[in-house]
Structures are given as C-alpha cells and as structure tokens.
Design a protein around this ligand. Structure first.
Ligand code: GDG
Length: 472
C-alpha cells in the first residue's frame, strides 16, 4: 500500500529531558496541524531532526523507538552538523540571501559541505522508509538538495517540494557560489511550490538563466520530465483560532489584560527574533508616531512580543541588542508614572495568551522587510470574533497578495507607517468591520486544510500529465 512521507528539517515535536527521562511535546504549529491529517494515517510517516543533540546511542535509540510510535522517524545530527548545516548554511547563507539580505550572507565551503552531507543523511533516512509508489513531500530551504538525491534513488516516485520562505530575484540568487547545484537539487521534484506567484516567477527565471532550461507556462522541461512550478499561499487552522478566541481561558485573560490597560488602544506586534521581520524599523516608526501625534501620549500601548530564535548566530545577538536599546530609549523618553508606551516581552507565550492578545489588540502591526507568507496576521484575523480591529501589513509579506483589505505599507517608509497608525487608530468601526469581514471570508476559506489538499491534488495531476506527455 503506497504511503505519504513528509520531510522537514524539524519534526513537529520538542524533546525535553525531565527527571523521569525523555518527554515529548507535540508542536502546535500550522504545518503540523495541516499535515496531521496526513502523516498520522496508515503507514504514513514524518521524517526530520528532533531539534536536539543526543550524547549517546542508547538515548538516540530510545527517541527513535518512542517517535516511531507517533509516525515519526528522527534524523540525528551531530554538534558540528547542527553548527555548519543548520546554523551555518541554512541560517547564515540561504536565509539572508533568500530574504534579500545578501550583505549578511556567509559563503563558507565548510557550511556547504555539511549541507550536502546532511541532505544525504535525510535521503538515507527516507530510503529506510520509502517504497516505490510512495508520495514524498519535502519542506523548505534546509533540504533543497533532497529532491534530486531522492529522484536518483526512486526515479518514478511522486516528489513535491514546498518552500516556506521567499525565492529571491535572479540578480540576488546568482550571488550564491552554489546556485546551480541548488537549483538542480530542487529540480528533482515533480511539483515545486511557493507562497506567491512572484516567488515562483523568480525561481523560473533563475532556472532559465542558470540551468538553461525551458520554463514556459510554469512547466520546466528537463528532457526527462516536466516539472510544475506554482504558487500555493499557505493558510492557517482558522477554526482553531476562532475557537480559542471563544474559550473560557482566553476570555479570562482578555478581562485581565483590559483591566491592566484601561482606556488604551493596543497595537500588537508578534515575531520571532529575526532581521527579516523589520522590528527596529517598526520601533522607529512608533517613536516617530509618538513625536508627531502627542494627542495619543498616554492613550496607546505597543504590545511587542519577540520570540527568542537562533540566538547562537551573531547577527541575531546584535539585533537583540538593537531592539533592547530602542525600546529602552522610547520608553524612557515618553513614559510617565502611569503609562508605558511599549510593553516588550522577549519570550514565547502559551497559545491561550497569544489568542487573548489577538483579541484585545485594536491594531496588528506586521511590517516585515521580507516574509514568505506571515501567519501572525492571519491568526489575528481569525481571532476577531467581533470583526473589529485593523491590520497594518507590509507589502513585502506574501500575505499582502491576499489581504488587500489591510492597510498595506512599505516597511522602509516610516512616514507611511506613521500615517497608517493614525488612520488605523481613527478608523470608524463600520469600516473596520467591512474590511475585517472580507479578510475573514478569505482566510476562513483558504485555510491550512485547503492548502494541503490543493498541493497534494496538484502533485497527483502533474504525475498523470507527465505520463500522458511521455506517451504523446
Ligand atoms: C516561516 C516563514 C511563513 C509566535 N509567537 C508565539 C507563537 N508564535 C507563532 C505564531 C505563528 C508562528 O509562530 C510564526 O509564523 P510566521 O509565519 O509569522 O513566521 P516564521 O516562523 O518565520 O515562518 C513565514 C511560515 O514559515 C509558514 O510557511 O509564513 O513567512 O518565515 O503561527 O502564532 N506561538 C506561541 N507562542 C508565542 O509566543 N504559542
């Protein structure tokens, strides 16, 4: 019986060492929810790194046995692989390049070597589980070489690849010394998906100019197969966020927050710590807003959550310092005994508290410099049961292609962000509700389950099309 194999760098699980031994916490992330309906069925399996380094083989064996009961197969990485493949090539070479921060990119041969080794390691793990006829779905930029490695082993199988981060224009992508190997790696897939048409278009243009293949109509002809490239904007588990907003736990938190911030307009900002998210620019715009609109002093609070991420990488440490300094400067310049302009949290929150924050926020300020999609803005929309609230959204987020009823801004234009904040804070309720309801219809319909279904159907379709083209 053919099965589906999902592969991502991280398994949807956190392993913790407790006094009673190893404990496993399953991820609540959107991808895990969407794919949960697939990988938990029959013999289907999810393959990935469990996120931690294990010192001895006995512990690895235990993790392997425990996870296999939950349809997961772990790929173990050594300390140097974590450093060079994950923190190195994935996060210091590919991440900055793909987010148009190529000045931050590190071109290090040792990183590239580790990236190839670990992609091969993933291939070996897949080969332990795979049989002819299986469908394989590979996720994201840490595994760009895997489609081709698997194609060599399983020439006839269905291989899908989805990239969760942007694909940059040819002029930026070409800067990578390993550009051709990377593209050839991706071209092992039958279907290559991105969040937006622009990402797909950039990818096709790189394939045409670097590899020299014909890419007409989003179909790449490599002489053996036709590979389809398309946009699949990812959605969220809408019902989950709507139900959370209605839960007694969230309602209790909402009361608590409202009592703590009486008569305040709340502007919400939530991101992982990352330079692609535009956090310093957002703070500068807020500072400018307070200077230009003194009538709002004492009446507006920026609730800013920054979730710790990649703190082993130097650029992220520097970014944290920049944010700390800006928050300190703004709070010390503007605060009064009874009011603080910014509530800044550098930690992650339980999902019920996140939900309560989405509910109480009057404005979500989402201003990434670049973002593949951005799910935070969709979660904010799903949480607004009273249909009130305004989304200010960067044009550089994939989500902006769908959410035309947000106030769209260029994150480099601080004056425009200031004007948008003012517009949002003074927007009549009827207009807020009209815009919000439009966005809710869209986010509800194009949810995570729809995304999974569309991708899987398209993969099936291209396999059938390949066969009919081969016999023509
Ligand atoms: C990559 C791409 C693309 C945040 N703080 C807390 C928390 N979160 C959750 C949010 C949301 C997720 O983290 C962040 O998702 P994003 O989409 O905004 O960003 P990335 O992590 O960069 O994801 C991105 C995505 O992949 C999917 O393809 O949209 O462009 O960069 O779900 O809710 N969750 C909890 N506590 C927190 O404090 N529980």
């Amino acid at each position: 019986m053919p099965k589906t194999i999902i592969i991502s760098n991280r398994l949807p699980i956190k392993v913790q060492r407790t006094e009673e031994g190893l404990a496993y916490e399953t991820s609540e992330g959107g991808l895990a929810t969407g794919l949960g309906s697939i990988y938990k069925q029959g013999h289907n399996v999810w393959i990935g790194w469990p996120g931690t380094y294990f010192e001895d083989e006995a512990e690895e064996k235990q993790v392997h046995d425990d996870l296999s009961k939950q349809s997961m197969l772990p790929v173990f990485l050594t300390e140097s692989e974590i450093r060079d493949y994950y923190e190195g090539f994935s996060n210091e070479t590919l991440w900055p390049t793909f987010h148009y921060f190529s000045q931050y990119a590190v071109y290090e041969d040792a990183y590239w070597q580790a990236y190839q080794t670990v992609n091969q390691k993933f291939c070996d793990a897949v080969m332990e589980a795979a049989e002819p006829g299986d469908t394989i779905w590979i996720h994201d930029y840490q595994l760009l070489l895997l489609p081709e490695l698997l194609r060599e082993e399983l020439p006839k199988s269905s291989i899908g690849f989805f990239q969760h981060i942007p694909f940059p224009s040819f002029e930026v992508f070409r800067l990578l010394p390993w550009r051709e190997q990377i593209l050839r790696g991706m071209l092992g897939a039958d279907l290559i998906g991105f969040h937006t048409y622009d990402d797909a278009r950039h990818f096709l243009s790189s394939v045409s100019r670097i590899v020299g293949l014909n890419t007409a109509q989003g179909l790449i002809d490599n002489g053996y197969r036709h590979i389809m490239v398309d946009a699949f904007p990812m959605g969220i588990d809408y019902d989950k966020y709507a139900a959370l907003a209605d839960s007694p736990e969230t309602k209790a938190k909402i009361e608590e927050y409202r009592a703590a911030l009486p008569d305040q307009k709340i502007v919400l900002s939530i991101d992982r710590l990352d330079y692609s998210k535009g956090i310093p620019q957002r703070l500068q715009a807020y500072e400018l807003f307070l200077k230009e609109h003194p009538e709002f002093l004492g009446k507006v609070t920026l609730s800013m959550l920054v979730v710790p991420s990649r703190d082993q990488v130097e650029k992220y440490r520097q970014l944290k310092e920049t944010i700390d300094e800006l928050v300190g400067r703004i709070n010390s310049s503007f605060r009064t005994i009874t009011w603080n302009p910014i509530q800044y949290f550098y930690r992650s929150f339980p999902i019920e508290e996140l939900s309560a924050l989405y509910c109480v926020a009057d404005i979500a300020l989402v201003t990434p410099m670049r973002d593949g999609m951005n799910l935070v803005c969709k979660e904010f929309i799903a949480s607004k049961l009273d249909h009130k609230g305004v989304l200010i959204l960067s044009e550089m987020a994939g989500a902006s292609r769908e959410l035309a009823d947000a106030i769209l801004i260029n994150p480099n234009d601080l004056g425009q962000i200031v004007r948008s904040l003012h517009e949002a804070l003074t927007m009549p309720e009827e207009e807020q509700m009209l815009r919000m309801e439009h966005m809710q219809d869209l986010v509800r319909r194009y949810n995570i389950h729809h995304w999974v279904e569309i991708f899987m159907n398209r993969l099936e379709y291209i396999k059938v099309k390949q066969m009919s083209m081969a016999t023509e």
